[in-house]
Design a protein around this ligand. Structure first.
Ligand code: GUN
Length: 282
C-alpha cells in the first residue's frame, strides 16, 4: 500500500513559509510584492483557477492586481494591458491565464512579458535557462512535483524516470528537472511504442496526459513513485490520469487527485512571484 503524498498539506506549508518571507521582504524593502493576473473571456475552469490564485496571493500577503477582459477583446487590448504591466516597476509578476480565446495569438502575447516577470516560466529565456542549468523561473507544476519528491526524500539520482506527456508547460520542463536530479529520463507521448513496457520500467512515473485513469496497475512497477498531474472533469467528479485505487496497491508513493499536484501548482506560482521580486530588487 502506497504512502500518499499530501499536496494540500505541503502547499499549505509552502504558503505559510512564504507568508513570513513576504513579510520580511516588505520590512526590508518597504514595498509590497505584486502579482498581476490577466483573464480573457469566461472559460469556467480558468475562472476557478484565477480565483484560487488571487485568494492564495492575498493569503501570503502579496498584492494582487486582476484584469478581466471580455471574450471578444482584441489582440491590441490584451497586448496593451500586458505592456503596461511590463513597464510598471511596482509589478513583480505577470500571469496571463491560458488558454486564450482562439482569435488571440498566445505566443505573441506571452512574449510581451519580460522574462524577469514571467512567473509561469513559459518564456523561451526561462525554458532555455532551465535546459542550460542556469538560474530561471521553472514552470509551476513541474516545480511543484519536484518539491513533492524532495519533501518525501525520494531518491532520484540514478533512477529511471518516465514522464508521460510532452507539453511545454509540464512534460518537457518536468523531464529537464528530473534530468538535473540525475534521473535517467524517458519522455513518452501518443506515438510511443510499447508504452506499457516503458512505464513498467519507471522508478518514478509522472502522468501528464489529460486522460482519466490512463495509467493502470499493469503499467506500474512494484514500489514505484507515481505522480498524477491530471485533472479531468468527469461525471464522477475530478479524476486524475492514474487509476488511483488500483495503482496505490503496488506503488510506494502516490499523489491523489484532488489534493495532490494541483494545490502545489498554486503554491509554486507564489514562490515564483517571490523569487522574481527578490531577483528584481537586487
Ligand atoms: N492554464 C492552465 N494551467 C496554467 C498555468 O499554470 N498558467 C497559466 N498562465 N495558465 C494555465
Amino acid at each position: 500500500m502506497a504512502n500518499i503524498i499530501d499536496g494540500k498539506m505541503l502547499a499549505q506549508k509552502v504558503k505559510d513559509e512564504l507568508k513570513e518571507k513576504v513579510a520580511n521582504f516588505k520590512r526590508e524593502f518597504g514595498r509590497d510584492i505584486t502579482l498581476a493576473v490577466i483573464l480573457v473571456g469566461e472559460n469556467p475552469a480558468s475562472q476557478v483557477y484565477v480565483k484560487n490564485k488571487i485568494k492564495a496571493t492575498e493569503y501570503v500577503g502579496m498584492k494582487s492586481l486582476s484584469f478581466y477582459l471580455p471574450e471578444n477583446a482584441t489582440e491590441e487590448q490584451v497586448s496593451d494591458t500586458v505592456k503596461q504591466l511590463a513597464e510598471d516597476k511596482s509589478v513583480d509578476g505577470i500571469l496571463v491565464q491560458l488558454p486564450l480565446p482562439k482569435h488571440l495569438d498566445e505566443n505573441k502575447i506571452l512574449n510581451l512579458i519580460p522574462a524577469n516577470k514571467d512567473v509561469d516560466g513559459f518564456l523561451a529565456e526561462n525554458v532555455g535557462n532551465l535546459m542550460l542549468g542556469q538560474p530561471c523561473t521553472v514552470a509551476c507544476t513541474p516545480f511543484g512535483v519536484l518539491k513533492m519528491l524532495q519533501s518525501e526524500n525520494i531518491e532520484m539520482s540514478g533512477k529511471n524516470a518516465v514522464v508521460i506527456g510532452r507539453s511545454n508547460i509540464v512534460g518537457k520542463p518536468m523531464a529537464m528537472l528530473l534530468l538535473k536530479e540525475n534521473c535517467t529520463v524517458t519522455i513518452c507521448h501518443s506515438k510511443t511504442k510499447n508504452l506499457k513496457e516503458v512505464c513498467k520500467n519507471a522508478d518514478i512515473l509522472v502522468a501528464a496526459i489529460g486522460r482519466p485513469k490512463f495509467v493502470t496497475r499493469d503499467m506500474v512497477k512494484d514500489g514505484a513513485t507515481v505522480i498524477d498531474v491530471g485533472i479531468n472533469r468527469t461525471e464522477n467528479g475530478l479524476v486524475g490520469d492514474v487509476d488511483y485505487e488500483n495503482v496505490k496497491e503496488i506503488a510506494s508513493y502516490i499523489t491523489p487527485v484532488p489534493g495532490g499536484v494541483g494545490p502545489m501548482t498554486i503554491a509554486m506560482l507564489l514562490e515564483n512571484t517571490y523569487l522574481c521580486a527578490v531577483r528584481n530588487v537586487k
